[in-house]
Design a protein around this ligand. Structure first.
Ligand code: ATP
Ligand code: MG
Length: 271
């Protein structure tokens, strides 16, 4: 290939935004000269490489925008440690279909059983299936909404939290909400209702949400919207964190499920 044609091909690849191949054109051509593929195989491999590079880039950007607090995947979740967890539902949720249908996911369980791990892993799976995701703790969300309200920016902030196709709210109920915060939370849930998915992790039974939101009526209105199109995952058992300590001999033998863990399981059902 003449130098002129080479430069033209690179320019055209760049104009078509096929940057991965443009940068590696010499290596791609050398590889083709070695293996002498058919025209179709050559083109197939070229396009496959570009598409794969674009997909990697899109996922990396989506993960960055989502602001996950750490890297967790379904592959490194030990399902054997959670035999009562509905594995099949977790796998189904990882396909992202619930997001296309604007359904919600509620993840209930006591401390250390993997709620945040699963929330991040499902969030990452959602990014991989092409959905926009944002991860926040309930506390950070409420602080941001309250600050925006004080500054007269509430509409913008609500819009910000309404845009991602999946909004993950971690640790709901760990700190009770003041009534003002509960009202803000209601506004967000009402905005997203039947438009965008929420994935919420909580250590509180739905029967406790009146206390969490300091208002039974508001809690009922929030729950009504959240549960209408929703999937429920219950995680029980021992804390994975404590299991590791127990292994190291720092704690005694595991006791049968503590009452709070058992009670937690009683309050919600699957859809
Ligand atoms: N089944 C599991 N397989 C592998 N790692 C797990 C599992 N369950 C929990 N972990 C790990 O244990 C740690 C605690 O889990 P995680 O933070 O998800 O718990 P949590 O339910 O969100 O707890 P909390 O209510 O205190 O926030 C994390 O490092 C997580 O990756
Ligand atoms: Mg957590």
């Amino acid at each position: 290939m003449s130098a002129v044609a080479h430069a033209r091909v690179v320019e055209h690849l760049q104009r078509l935004r096929l940057g991965f191949v443009a940068e590696r054109l010499d290596a791609v051509l050398a590889e083709a000269a070695r293996h002498d593929p058919t025209y179709l195989d050559f083109l197939d491999d070229l396009l496959r490489q570009e598409v794969a590079a674009k997909q990697r880039k899109r996922i990396a950007m989506g993960v960055q925008i989502a602001h996950f607090p750490s890297v967790k995947t379904l592959d490194d979740f030990d399902f054997k440690f959670q035999p009562a967890l509905d594995h099949r539902l977790v796998r189904e949720l990882a396909t992202g279909r619930f997001i296309a249908l604007a359904e919600n996911v509620l993840l209930f369980g006591p401390p250390g059983v993997g709620k945040t791990h699963l929330a991040i892993a499902l969030g990452r799976a959602a990014v991989e299936t092409g959905h926009s995701v944002l991860f926040t703790s309930a506390t950070a969300l409420l602080v941001a909404l309250a600050k925006a309200e004080t500054e007269g920016q509430l509409a913008d902030r609500l819009l910000f939290y309404s845009k991602p196709k999946l909004l993950i709210i971690d640790e709901l109920g760990y700190l009770p909400f003041e009534r003002r915060s509960a009202h803000l939370f209601f506004q967000l849930v009402a905005r997203r209702y039947e438009r965008g998915s929420l994935l919420i992790t909580t250590n509180q039974l739905v029967t406790q949400w009146g206390t969490v939101f300091s208002d039974e009526v508001l809690a009922a209105a929030i729950l009504d919207r959240l549960l209408h199109h929703s999937h429920t995952l219950m995680i029980q058992g021992e804390s994975y964190r404590l299991k590791q300590k127990r292994k190291a001999g720092l704690l005694g033998q595991a006791s049968p499920a503590a009452p709070s863990r058992g009670a937690l399981a009683g309050g919600a059902g699957s859809r």
